[in-house]
Design a protein around this ligand. Structure first.
Ligand SMILES: Nc1ncnc2c1ncn2[C@@H]1O[C@H](COP(=O)(O)OP(=O)(O)OP(=O)(O)O)[C@@H](O)[C@H]1O
Ligand SMILES: [Mg+2]
Length: 272
């Protein structure tokens, strides 16, 4: 059997900057499937500008988390190309998701639905682990940076706490602070509030709004349509492995052009 990701890499040229998209992220004909049958990206094309906050919506199982995991270099694709900041980043020959340029990958931070903090480490140790080990920051420098982010996120009193001593919302805010420690250019959020009690949802969404005000580029997967409308510069509706429709939140939520989008929104807005 032909193993798609072992096909020799084709050299990819860097892209010239283009003010229309600025090529911050560019996906072209991206194909991804699990096994022989389950296609989650079917020649998917998507562009993102450095000042975009994309909110990805779509039916359960439509591949939203898969897309974020691919961008984070956690999973491979079988075909197509992804450029990041104008440079070749991932392609169909990227073995098991390992990006072509590891340096680019470290510019992306991700927060997951279920907190992924190390339970045996304090908040401070969780925060300084990667910057000291991977980025070679001194412990003093990393600690100073950690304090700065914890203050900004209203968590300074939790510096020495352990994850088990934090609420769900606090854990998610620590997870966001930890991702910010590597000073990413792009943040990916995969349903980061869907496991939280309602009052904790707001505190995490407020932190994300703060990042939005600071012009952080973000790709957000959420089932919370109210928040999507609030934070997005552009909403992307995906189904059957493709982008069905995308546009400004006002247009997508009030005047969707595609029947498939309308059908989906009617269903989820009805449930809200
Ligand atoms: N590692 C894997 N191996 C096999 N199948 C997988 C794997 N990861 C995801 N899938 C399948 O791929 C499809 C897309 O999954 P994905 O998690 O990307 O969807 P999603 O859009 O994030 O869904 P949800 O809204 O429920 O989170 C699903 O059918 C899922 O079961
Ligand atoms: Mg998902």
């Amino acid at each position: 059997m032909k193993v798609p990701y072992l096909v020799a890499a084709q050299p990819q040229p860097a892209l010239a900057p283009d003010s229309a998209t600025d090529h911050f992220i560019q996906l072209r004909n991206v194909c991804k499937s699990y096994g022989e049958q389950l296609v989650v990206m079917d020649n998917l094309n998507l562009d993102m500008r450095a000042d975009d906050r994309l909110v990805i919506i779509g039916p359960s199982g439509s591949g939203k988390s898969s897309l974020l995991r691919v961008l984070m270099g956690l999973e491979g694709i079988q075909g197509g190309t992804i450029h990041f900041q104008g440079k070749p980043y991932i392609n169909g020959a990227t073995v098991r998701g390992k990006p072509l340029d590891e340096n680019l990958r470290t510019r992306i931070g991700m927060v997951f639905q279920h907190y992924t903090l190390f339970p045996h480490l304090s908040v401070l140790s969780n925060l300084i682990l990667a910057p000291t080990k991977v980025h070679g920051l001194s412990k003093a420098e990393a600690t100073e940076r950690a304090r700065m982010y914890l203050v900004r996120l209203g968590l300074e009193s939790k510096l020495n706490a352990y994850p088990s001593q934090l609420s769900g919302g606090q854990k998610q805010r620590v997870a966001i602070a930890r991702a910010l420690m590597l000073e990413p250019k792009l943040m990916l959020f995969d349903e980061v509030t869907s496991a939280l009690d309602p009052e904790m949802v707001i505190e995490v969404q407020n932190v994300m709004m703060q990042l939005a005000e600071q012009k952080m580029a973000m790709i957000i997967v959420t089932h919370d349509m109210h928040f999507a409308r609030h934070i997005a510069t552009r909403v992307v509706f995906c189904a059957n492995g493709k982008v069905v429709e995308q546009g400004p939140p006002e247009q997508i939520f009030t005047q969707p052009k595609e029947a498939r989008t309308r059908e989906f929104l009617e269903k989820v807005l009805h449930l809200d």
